[in-house]
Design a protein around this ligand. Structure first.
Ligand code: C2E
Ligand code: CA
Ligand code: CA
Length: 432
């Protein structure tokens, strides 16, 4: 019987050879022949595997004899226990047909486990401990009892097909996102933020798009959650920041905006993971200096939930950004579980009123009262206000009456390519 590069540690080594500089974008498909031992009982485990093609058999040694526990086929995962609790492999896995496997590394999983609720994390450990001791007890019981009737263990049944399918989708999407970064499948669209008095752009918001080779354009709502839970949002976020810095310089050049008084900024969305990344502030500083973009041209958009989630981390990072000369906007304001007391604790320049408020402005008296209060409060705190999601002239009129000076929405323009956004900017300049 052939052994797969001796153990999965060597697979891990092989994998790290193909890793990119960031160490995040990696080749993680493995092809093995029939008869290959993928890993052996007692070894340390560094990765789990999703079977894309083929079949494997899981077995344990008892009295010097290999006893089959289960089989796994396409769409199923194996080897996950050892990478969750760092214990030796509890079984041997052998390919019984040629297999194509997708590797799931310990880092991929630890990103997610670190983010989960501590109680959930504890439960996961307890379940695993119990499962391992049950397995041990089974091994000292009669040989025959180890043959599970349908070749599937009870854990899979308890998990339910829905949970399983979701996890598999998530793992596949994560791999596709890594590829998208490698293959340069992301692009940015730009939506103008306009001065409501003259309907002229004073800035743009950079919004990511994924041009998938088979599926076409994938909207960010579909892939940003996976990018966040996998940690891939960090390299993606830097990519966005870099491109956005380059674009604002090109746009200003095209429109002959020479001085800082010629107001035209670029807003960039930052995720909770970007901020939690230890090197975030240094990286942003580096990108700014390489691109040559003046920090006063860049606004970072951060959601309320981020501030509430890790207030200390956020406060330190935001102050460093402010010291660098960047501006800070709170995105989707009014939708998070926020306490207003945080507003003066962070160096915030702009509040972006969420589009759900803009939508209800005309019909709903309470929404009108809330928006009016937010605008009033922002003025008192010396903050700028941007109303999101303006689709109708009537909404713009009401917002102007309430003292809101900036807005964004389909009424003015949908997010568009750099070329189209620049054309829009030039047209606005000509007609002013
Ligand atoms: P967001 O930051 O609130 O971005 C505004 C979203 O509202 C955009 O959707 C935009 O196309 C949409 N929108 C603008 N005006 C209107 C309007 O008048 N009506 C309606 N119905 N929608 C409007 P998009 O581009 O699909 O982005 C969705 C979300 O994805 C963003 O919400 C943001 O949270 C996230 N996102 C987008 N790009 C990035 C990025 O580069 N990094 C991170 N971390 N998140 C991003
Ligand atoms: Ca935003
Ligand atoms: Ca928003």
């Amino acid at each position: 019987m052939q052994l797969l590069e001796s153990d999965d540690q060597s697979l891990e080594r092989k994998r790290s050879v193909t890793a990119s500089d960031s160490g995040v974008i990696t080749q993680s498909h493995v092809i093995v022949d029939e008869g290959t031992v993928i890993f052996s009982e007692g070894e340390r485990g560094y990765s789990a595997f999703l079977i894309e093609r083929g079949e494997v058999e899981i077995s344990v040694m008892r009295n010097g004899e290999a006893v089959k526990l289960a089989s796994r086929g396409p769409g199923e995962v194996f080897g996950e226990m050892a990478i969750i609790d760092d214990q030796p492999r509890s079984a041997t896995v052998t390919a019984v047909r040629p297999c194509q496997l997708l590797m799931i590394t310990r880092e991929q999983l630890s990103h997610r486990i670190e983010q989960t609720d501590p109680v959930l994390r504890m439960c996961l450990r307890v379940i695993l401990q119990r499962f391992r001791s049950t397995l041990l007890r089974l091994q000292v019981m009669d040989h025959e009892e180890l043959h599970l009737s349908d070749g599937r263990d009870t854990l899979d049944k308890e998990l339910g097909p829905q949970v399983h399918d979701e996890a598999v989708r998530e793992i596949k999407l994560e791999e596709e996102l890594r590829q998208a970064l490698r293959l340069d499948e992301f692009t940015l669209n730009y939506q103008p933020i306009v001065d409501l008095a003259h309907s002229r752009p004073v800035g743009f918001e950079a919004l990511i798009r994924w041009n998938h080779r088979d599926r076409g354009l994938v909207p960010p709502d579909v892939f940003i959650p996976t990018a966040e839970s996998s940690g891939l949002i960090v390299p993606i976020g830097y990519w966005v920041f870099e491109k956005a810095c380059e674009t604002i310089l090109r746009m200003r050049e095209a429109a002959a905006f020479r001085t800082v008084e010629d107001r035209l900024f670029m807003s960039v969305n930052l995720s909770v993971r970007d901020l939690a990344d230890k090197g975030c502030v240094d990286k942003i500083r580096d990108v700014l200096s390489v691109s040559g973009a003046d920090p006063s041209l860049i606004k970072l958009e951060i959601t309320e939930s981020l501030l509430m989630h890790q207030p200390e981390v956020a406060a330190t990072a935001l102050q460093q950004f402010k010291d660098m000369g960047l501006s800070i906007a709170i995105d989707d304001f009014g939708t998070g579980y926020s306490s207003l007391s945080y507003l003066h604790k962070f160096p915030i320049d702009t509040l972006k009123i969420d589009r759900s408020f803009t939508k209800g402005l005309e019909q709903d008296g309470e929404t009108f009262a809330i928006v009016s209060s937010i605008i009033h409060m922002a003025h008192r705190l010396n903050m700028e206000i941007v109303a999101e999601g303006i689709e109708e002239e009537a909404q713009a009129n009401l917002l102007r009456e309430l003292g809101c000076t900036l807005g964004q929405g389909y009424l003015y323009a949908k997010p568009a390519s750099e070329r189209e956004a620049t054309r829009l900017l030039l047209n606005a300049k000509e007609t002013s």
